[in-house]
Design a binder for this molecule. Structure first.
Ligand SMILES: [Zn+2]
Length: 118
């Protein structure tokens, strides 16, 4: 496995991943389609978050996870579960180098229940 690094535009937030993602997920829910993100899911223990300043966060619906974004450049960087019992998180794969992203298989997730992705 090769380590992969995701960074926001200004470089204030760096996410070090134990391995490049094999799949990335495009979710059509009301939030993700607005963010325009592609998610790569990881065990929390496989991700090291290095932030030079506190990130801004947003939570909605059941507020089970916080969506983090760089306070300087505004890039959505990751989501992180609030419950300590949850052990997985999501990385915005758009922050990876393009060739790393291109190597991953794209999965469509119909979280909006539109039926368009299946
Ligand atoms: Zn930034």
């Amino acid at each position: 496995m090769t380590e992969a690094i995701a960074t926001c535009h200004c470089g204030a937030v760096t996410l070090r991943l134990a391995a490049a993602p094999e799949t990335v997920t495009r979710c059509d829910c009301s939030l993700c389609r607005r963010y325009g993100v592609l998610w790569a899911y990881y065990p929390i223990t496989d991700v090291t978050i290095e932030a030079k300043a506190p990130t801004d966060t947003y939570a909605w619906n059941g507020k089970n996870v916080d969506f983090h974004r760089c306070a300087t450049c505004g890039c959505v960087t990751h989501w992180y579960p609030r419950a300590r019992t949850r052990d997985r998180m999501g990385i915005n794969a758009r922050l990876l180098d393009p060739e790393v992203l291109d190597a991953a298989k794209l999965i469509d997730k119909d979280d909006a229940g539109t039926g368009l992705f299946r």
